[in-house]
Design a protein around this ligand. Structure first.
Ligand code: B12
Length: 355
């Protein structure tokens, strides 16, 4: 175990490995306490913005400082990588619903976890400890990405990488290696408020501040049980996640993120000709198999079927009345039966209004 290699040389090797693994950007920050972001996180949690995501509150001390023994004691550096995920072949989602672009391809936890572990191994072979976090550990990824100069946090809370946009995943390697830190860049949203204004559920309480309880992404992915009535119509076509606050962003109007996107994130075959109504007709076992290898499995079988019922209510057509009727009466889950009942009433109302 030798620590002989200089800081600059090791940093260069790590960045070269990140590039070799297909990451479009990599930056380094010095590990330590995140004072400003940490204080904001505390206030965000205290106001209940995290909804049912109790794990966010339980792990807050670790998120605020990766040197917490639950992450990596004696950590000196945080390496942050960005990987674009916009498919080149165009959107191929379900009909008549929509799935957030990040979830159309293969599960990023697996794809990027594997790549990040290559960087961790390089550091371990140089005699240091290193741990990987790809939305899988209590690491405050956007805050570190900003510190490491990978991009800046926009008013929509997303990390925006100039030249790529915000349709990028983040991956972190926390290490005891002392590496050369990069300089953060300034925030560049200017006076634009397109994202805040476009949110269908008015989930932003202000710039860089999201009430997850109203966010379509949270409601369709993380929230268990019935989705509150007040948000159901506003969900519109969103079956899983939501891209509205990113789609309207001027930084995403250029093709940047499709260029560096990995093949693994091209829309998967599971979406070809896929009908949302099928989700209401599948058993839990079938749903498990169907969702395997995709980030959509996070919503669990019950959540996927529940969301499908609401989407059909908002966007369905006359033939879907039968599917909803069947699910309303016969679905094994009470949550789905209730959502289908709402969906049926909503769809009938819409059909009557358009006649
Ligand atoms: C919990 C979570 C969610 C929750 C809550 C999101 C949120 N905004 O907090 C829900 C389920 C809603 C969600 C949704 C999405 N998520 Co998410 N999520 C996370 C997770 C696990 C933690 C985020 C977190 O810490 N939230 C706490 C709040 C307080 O922090 P924040 O808003 O994210 O961070 C910024 C602000 O707090 C602001 N800030 C800092 N200090 C201060 C001070 C003041 C006064 C103010 C006003 C603001 C401010 O800057 C922060 C950075 O420090 C991360 C992975 C990770 N381990 O970090 C992924 C992550 C953030 N999610 C990701 C993605 C892709 C999404 C979606 C785009 C998915 C989709 N299409 O449906 C949406 C985007 C929603 C949005 N506009 O934020 C990516 C984001 C990549 C990027 N380019 O930013 C991450 C990093 C996962 C990954 N590894 O790629 N997510």
């Amino acid at each position: 175990m030798s620590h002989g290699e200089g800081e600059a040389a090791l940093t260069a090797r790590v960045k070269a490995e990140a590039e070799a693994q297909g990451f479009a950007r990599a930056g380094v920050a010095q590990a330590g306490a995140l004072h400003e972001d940490g204080a904001h996180l505390d206030a965000w949690l205290a106001a209940g913005n995290h909804g049912q995501m109790s794990w966010m509150a339980e792990t807050a001390p670790v998120r605020k400082d990766p040197r917490d023994p639950r992450m990596l004691e004696h950590a000196r550096s945080v390496i942050v990588m960005a990987a674009p995920y916009l498919g080149r072949s165009g959107y191929e989602g379900p009909s008549p619903g929509r799935v957030a672009k990040y979830a159309l391809g293969r599960d990023y936890h697996n794809v990027l976890g594997k790549k990040s572990r290559k960087l961790a191994r390089l550091l371990q072979e140089a005699g240091y400890a290193a741990r990987v976090a790809v939305d899988s550990k209590p690491v405050f990824e956007r805050a570190w990405a900003e510190r490491a100069g990978v991009g800046f946090v926009g008013k929509n809370c997303c990390l925006i990488v100039p030249g790529l946009g915000s349709h990028v995943f983040l991956a972190c390697v926390v290490t005891t290696a002392p590496l050369r830190a990069d300089a953060p860049m300034g925030r560049r949203c200017g006076t634009c408020t397109l994202c805040l204004d476009a949110c269908p559920t008015r989930a932003f309480s202000g710039p860089r501040s999201l009430d997850a309880r109203r966010c379509i992404s949270y409601l369709t992915i993380e929230h268990r049980g019935p989705i509150p009535h007040a948000q159901r119509q506003a969900l519109g076509p969103w079956l899983f996640g939501c891209d509205v606050c990113q789609d309207v962003c001027p930084y995403n109007q250029t093709a940047g993120a499709t260029q560096g996107s990995l093949d693994a994130f091209e829309p998967s075959e599971r979406w070809r000709g896929f009908e949302v109504a099928e989700l209401l007709q599948m058993s839990d076992e079938q749903l498990h198999v169907w969702a395997a290898g995709s980030a959509v499995k996070r919503a669990r079988p019950e959540g996927l079927a529940r969301n499908a019922a609401l989407v059909l209510g908002n966007r369905g057509e006359k033939p879907h009345l039968r599917v909803l009727d069947d699910a309303r009466q016969n679905h094994r889950s009470e949550v789905v039966r209730e959502a289908a009942s709402w969906g049926r009433t909503e769809l009938s109302r819409r059909l009557a209004a358009s006649e």
